[in-house]
Ligand binder design. Structure first.
Ligand SMILES: Nc1nc2c(ncn2[C@@H]2O[C@H](COP(=O)(O)OP(=O)(O)OP(=O)(O)O)[C@@H](O)[C@H]2O)c(=O)[nH]1
Ligand SMILES: [Mg+2]
Length: 292
């Protein structure tokens, strides 16, 4: 298996950016992927937010397993974290985000108001690539102010966007995830938070099939007619067969099969899926025990 890794240089740069940007802001919106919150979290970067209030957003909740999202959120809140689920691509979801943000900075806003100061509060939107940071900002501003795209690394430089009482700081997803853990790292590949160019697509697709078979066998059956008990390679053959991806000579076109599988997952065609477990959220420090 090819190891997915983040180099110390990446981490150092992300730390520097985080330190610089946090200083400029009154609060932080930490955007995680609801399908893999543990994999898309970085405790080291969170620690750099110091005493600034942090709101976690489990974004792409429309693609995640609602039951698991609910239980993650309950556990995170029990440990004192502020967190909401969100589908930033749906305008209606801003109705829950806005009040949560106002609540996040309420104290500071009131202190400023008492002094007669009405300047907009500044909120940094942070997260690893492709979690939907720019989409959140566009949703809040009600206009396409930030460029978005269905791959990692769309936002290049930082950008301030004014919207309804806040100044939001869009940042490029240069934040590396914390995971040394290869299981978590692979999940970032499934959901498109790692640039596809550096991945071994066949390994990723086979690992995805194996995880799906364990956690969501019915999705595989419904979409590709995959029966239980097959090896990952046999499952990939079923995908190719079902979709008619054959090469001349009757061989399977595995490359097209892999691509189609990953696309299906990213577009939600395999149903609503959450990869990470509560245990994993605890391991990375996203869920903390109330008294721990
Ligand atoms: N289904 C779904 N798609 C979303 C949601 N939020 C964002 N997206 C899509 O996810 C992709 C990435 O969104 P961006 O807003 O560009 O993500 P980003 O975090 O700014 O990415 P970088 O700038 O690359 O770090 C886009 O195709 C969005 O349309 C969501 O809540 N649900
Ligand atoms: Mg962006």
């Amino acid at each position: 298996m090819k190891v997915i890794q983040w180099f110390p240089g990446h981490m150092a740069k992300a730390v520097r950016m985080m330190e610089e940007n946090v200083k400029l802001c009154d609060a932080v919106l930490f955007v995680l992927d609801a399908r893999c919150p543990a994999a898309s979290f970085n405790a080291r970067l969170l620690s750099l937010t110091g005493a600034k209030p942090v709101l976690f957003v489990l974004n792409k909740a429309d693609l995640a397993d609602a039951r698991k999202s609910d239980s993650f959120i309950a556990r995170m809140r029990a440990g004192g974290r502020k967190v909401i689920p969100l589908a930033a691509n749906l305008p209606s979801s801003m109705r829950t985000l806005r009040p949560a943000m106002e609540d996040l900075v309420r104290e500071k806003a009131e202190r400023l108001k008492a002094k007669g100061n009405s300047k907009p509060l500044r909120i940094m939107v942070a997260g690893i690539p492709n979690t939907g940071k720019s989409t959140v900002i566009n949703g809040l501003s009600g206009a396409k102010r930030a460029i978005t795209g269905d791959k990692a690394g769309v936002t290049r430089g930082k950008q301030w966007v004014k919207c309804g009482g806040f100044d939001l700081l869009d940042t490029p997803g240069t934040m590396p995830p914390s995971c040394e853990n290869q299981v978590l790292a692979r999940r970032l590949a499934y959901v498109g938070s790692i640039n596809d160019d550096i991945l071994e697509m066949d390994e990723i697709a086979l690992a995805l099939l194996e995880e799906m078979e364990n956690a969501y066998p019915m999705s595989l059956k419904e979409r590709y007619g995959i029966e239980p008990g097959l090896t990952p390679l046999e499952m990939l053959e079923s995908v190719c067969k079902k979709r008619g991806f054959m090469l001349r000579g009757g061989e399977y076109d595995f490359e097209r099969g892999e691509r189609a599988l990953i696309d299906d997952l990213r577009k939600g065609k395999l149903g609503r899926i959450t990869f990470d477990s509560e245990e994993e959220l605890k391991e990375v420090g996203l869920i903390v025990e109330p008294n721990g």
